[in-house]
Design a protein around this ligand. Structure first.
Ligand code: BG6
Length: 477
């Protein structure tokens, strides 16, 4: 029997994520013929709106957030949509939602794009209306808690109504093509895996740099900070994909079993292994921008930058530091993973230095893979061979010209509709991530660590540079 959903019920259908990402992604999937013609999409939120008004609302969002050349199927797509207003705090209201979204014997995919504080109430409402039965699956957006205890509460509330096999926790980084390509690079090629260990790798750097500040999100963000907002989820997922053992197949249990082993093997961060920062006024992209404290309107101890030296305590990664760094208002938007190989064991080239190989995986905005190799500089070399590091570079868009690149939510929504959990985060992963992050916060408390300031447009506080340089490592910039 097909496990493809017959209807998608979208909570928070008038929210920011729905307008920017979810509706455009669904429209793109529709236009490319990837949605079953009978799939119904039912939106719900507090605003009173008729079906026709919701379609107009969705049209406006698509016109604003979707490139014109991707909107070919828009009119037809809008016909799939309907809407039911709902205050999730009113259990009686769920009956009308159920009448619109669910039909006997059908499969229902539910997507909660609402504040996590509403998850529990919403799930109780769904249960009361009979919308959590065997044919139903549920997807949740982060933040899933602010620490391990609150994350467990959310997970327990969801687990009271849905088994793990029907819970889809989103980390949108896993939906990115280039993040999936990391799995392809490691496990569809023979040449990296034999070298992928402490014998050949000196260290790994993971950078998620953003140029944006907080502006309208500053109140939400002030409760979270960079560690919870970026490290707990996206960066640890990237680390897990880099460090995991080869799964036996590209299947939801096999992949997630391997990731969780890495997350559980993370050594608690020790004294001096973390640096936090908060941006002050400065310039990015040729523009003068205010400081975090000015945006917030008061002083705060929330970090907008964090750098960590992490270790995965297992045989493969013994003694290999993983340097992680993320921040707002940095000079460039750039997500990348650098794998720094060790020096060759013995050089036969006297008088010339060999530079250790590097593999640089650019995730965004440029999607490229660069392997630096030593090569002979052309010439007659009367005094010994002259060598230089040269890049072997693959730009993914050039390698796949004419192939449309999907945004993360297209992939994740389609997998949710088709019930494939491989790119969703399992409960044990989320909890291992929180356990590690909670210990870091505890360490900060013990050390009395507060964020150092950095100017917007810089690479964070100078202590972050020192964190790596103490080990003779320079951040890749
Ligand atoms: C979100 C964070 O999860 O990811 C944001 O809450 C951050 O603060 C965003 O800006 C980054 O996502 P992307 O896809 O733009 O790298």
């Amino acid at each position: 029997m097909s496990s493809t959903a017959d209807a998608l019920l979208l909570f928070g259908a008038t929210g920011d994520l729905a307008q920017r990402m979810l509706l455009p992604s669904l429209c793109a999937l529709h236009s490319d013929g990837l949605l079953d013609p009978d799939l119904r999409i039912v939106g719900t939120a507090r605003s009173e709106m008729s079906d026709a008004e919701f379609r107009n609302f969705a049209r406006a969002a698509l016109e604003k957030f979707m490139p014109a050349n991707r909107r070919s199927g828009m009119a037809d797509f809008l016909n799939r949509l309907s809407y039911q207003p709902l205050d999730v705090k009113d259990p009686a209201g769920f009956k009308a939602v159920a009448e619109k979204a669910a039909r006997p014997g059908e499969k229902l995919a539910i997507f909660l794009s609402t504040a996590p504080s509403l998850f529990e109430t919403t799930i109780k409402g769904l249960q009361g209306a009979g919308l959590t039965g065997e044919g139903a699956r549920i997807s949740l957006e982060k933040p899933l808690g602010i620490d391990l205890a609150s994350s467990r509460e959310i997970n327990d509330a969801v687990a009271a109504a849905f088994p793990e096999s029907r819970i889809f926790r989103i980390d949108h980084y896993l939906g990115k093509e280039t993040v999936q390509n990391l799995i392809a690079l490691r496990f569809a090629n023979i040449m990296f895996e034999p070298l992928w260990n402490s014998q050949h790798i000196d260290h790994v750097q993971i950078t998620v740099a953003e140029t944006v500040g907080l502006e309208s999100r500053v109140d939400f963000y002030d409760e979270a900070g960079a560690l919870r907002d970026m490290v707990q989820n996206h960066m640890l997922q990237l680390l897990a994909l880099v460090a995991m053992e080869p799964p036996t197949s590209f299947d939801s249990s096999a992949v997630r079993d391997e990731k969780v082993k890495v997350l559980r093997a993370l050594r608690p961060i020790g004294p001096g292994e973390s640096v936090t920062g908060q941006y002050r006024a400065g310039a990015t992209g040729g523009q003068i921008v205010p400081g975090y404290d000015e945006e917030l309107g008061r002083e705060s101890d929330t970090e907008t930058f964090v750098a960590l030296k992490a270790h995965v305590d297992n045989w493969r990664w013994k003694g290999v530091p993983f340097y992680l760094r993320t921040g707002k208002r940095l000079p460039k938007r750039r997500t990348e993973i650098l794998v720094q190989f060790r020096c060759i064991p013995h050089s036969i080239f006297s008088g010339t230095r060999t530079v250790p190989n590097q593999l640089l995986i650019g995730i965004q905005p440029e999607e490229n893979i660069t392997l630096s190799l030593m090569a002979k500089v052309p010439g007659l070399d009367r005094e010994g061979m002259s060598l230089r590091a040269v890049p072997l570079e693959i730009a993914m868009p050039d390698a796949f010209t004419g192939v449309h690149r999907r945004i993360a939510y297209e992939r994740l929504l389609l997998d949710l509709i088709e019930c494939d959990q491989t790119l969703f985060v399992r409960r044990d992963e989320v909890e291992a991530q929180w356990a590690w992050v909670d210990a870091i916060r505890e360490q900060w408390r013990k050390e009395g660590l507060t964020p150092r300031t950095y100017s917007a447009g810089s690479w964070g506080p100078s202590a972050a540079i020192a964190l790596a340089e103490r080990d003779g490592v320079s951040w890749h910039e």
